[in-house]
Design a protein around this ligand. Structure first.
Ligand code: UDP
Length: 234
């Protein structure tokens, strides 16, 4: 597999074509942004953590029948993935109130939810990723009914699998965001699953082990990213 020309550069990753049109190569960077790009910085080693951790989690999910874009890890920062077309929606699942959910509904961060919630946001930085509901997604033609059902089911299944997995390594999965893509007519889990896209709290102390340390200037950002990779690598 030869890495070809760059197709896209996002906030935390670059995407390259390859000599095989079925595949892309993703390169994870150390760049960090928050609050829709207003806050910028770098977290040394973050790209390595997010690449390796995403791949470990994608392999775990595949072993439970969830199709992902993962093909092959090339090195610390680069992975071959299926050349999916990303559905322009962010799918957020929550188990515990935090972040925008706590702000929007006036509930304390850390409140256990009676059941997981599912939210969709339109992936559009210029608009600030507004929340969007099922009827709006269908009306705008962003996905059809079957795709919407599949995306919702995949998100909830991924939540069940991740919750169990992380509880086994002493981590509470508070919430997370996934992105899905279209590949050969199927909906496939894509993007990444990492401390950038999930909230992880230590099961014993509730210490934050994710990007909130960067967003909220809590310090020890590099350390907790490294610690999360160590825990999933054991
Ligand atoms: N999230 C993400 N990318 C986004 C927005 C949210 O990865 O553009 C993740 C975030 O890390 C958290 C979950 O989705 O794990 C829920 O985020 P929330 O809506 O609470 O947003 P925030 O508090 O980050 O503004």
């Amino acid at each position: 597999m030869r890495k070809g020309t760059q197709l896209y550069e996002g906030k935390a990753k670059k995407v390259y074509r390859t000599d095989d049109e079925r595949f892309f190569v993703i390169e994870y960077k150390d760049d960090a942004t928050a609050f829709n790009g207003e806050k910028k910085g770098t977290v040394a080693g973050k790209g390595v953590v997010n690449n390796r951790m995403s791949n470990i989690l994608f392999r775990m999910l595949e072993s439970h029948g969830v199709e992902t874009h993962f093909v092959e890890e090339l090195n610390d920062r680069e992975t071959v993935v299926k050349a999916v077309r990303i559905v322009p929606l962010e799918v957020i699942v929550r188990n515990v109130a935090a972040g925008s959910f706590s702000r929007r509904f006036g509930v304390e961060e850390g409140m256990e939810l009676r059941r997981p919630t599912l939210e969709f946001c339109l992936k559009d930085d210029a608009l600030g990723d507004p929340m969007i509901n099922d009827s709006q997604i269908l009306a705008l033609g962003l996905a059809d009914e079957e795709e919407l059902r599949t995306m919702s089911a995949v998100a909830l299944r991924v939540n069940d699998l991740l919750k169990d997995y992380f509880s086994g390594i002493g981590v509470r999965l508070i919430d997370f965001k996934i992105e899905l893509g279209r590949y050969e007519g199927r909906i496939v889990l894509a993007d990444e699953i990492s401390p950038d896209t999930c909230r992880f709290w230590d099961a014993e102390t509730n210490r934050k082990l994710d990007k909130d340390r960067f967003r909220r200037d809590l310090g020890e950002v590099e350390e907790v990213y490294r610690e999360m990779l160590e825990r999933v690598s054991r």
